[in-house]
Design a protein around this ligand. Structure first.
Ligand code: ZN
Length: 145
């Protein structure tokens, strides 16, 4: 059919929302009559839709997921956490040693402070362990909250 060539351009225009109401009416009328163009229209529609979905939705999620799942970012988070904890540890151990070596203070406050520091360690280790377990079982829980 000769008409079909003309309607092909209109079908593409229909996809891009570039047609006047009159043209839309014409294309629709032709699509009703012509199975070949209707097939082409369906195919084009499918392609356009999957293209839209791919370029506007999926890649962003996919990239984000890959980023959070990537070994690098997990490693970076873990090492950041360990550095902070390690820094605290060094300071605490230093303070503890200084306190034990310093005999000028009466023993009771020193024991109290030492108990507090040890308690802090215990809590810190618990938090780190808990977080490590959370990361292992669900690597991208945090981005979806
Ligand atoms: Zn046709």
């Amino acid at each position: 059919m000769k008409d079909c060539e003309k309607y092909k351009a209109l079908i593409v225009g229909l996809m891009d929302n570039e047609l006047t109401p009159k043209e839309i009416h014409e294309v629709n009328a032709h699509l009703m009559r012509c199975g070949q163009c209707r097939e082409e229209y369906e195919q084009l529609k499918e392609t356009t839709e999957s293209l839209n979905t791919m370029s506007f939705n999926e890649p962003q999620d996919e990239v984000l997921r890959k980023f959070w799942k990537s070994p690098y970012s997990r490693w970076a988070r873990l090492s950041g956490m360990l550095l902070i904890a390690g820094g605290w540890l060094v300071l605490m151990v230093y303070g503890l040693i200084e306190m034990i070596r310093d005999n000028s203070e009466p023993p009771l406050p020193r024991i109290g402070i030492a108990a507090m520091i040890i308690g802090f360690f215990v809590l810190l280790i618990m938090v780190i362990r808990e977080r490590a377990v959370t990361y292992q079982s669900d690597p991208y829980k945090e981005i979806e909250r």
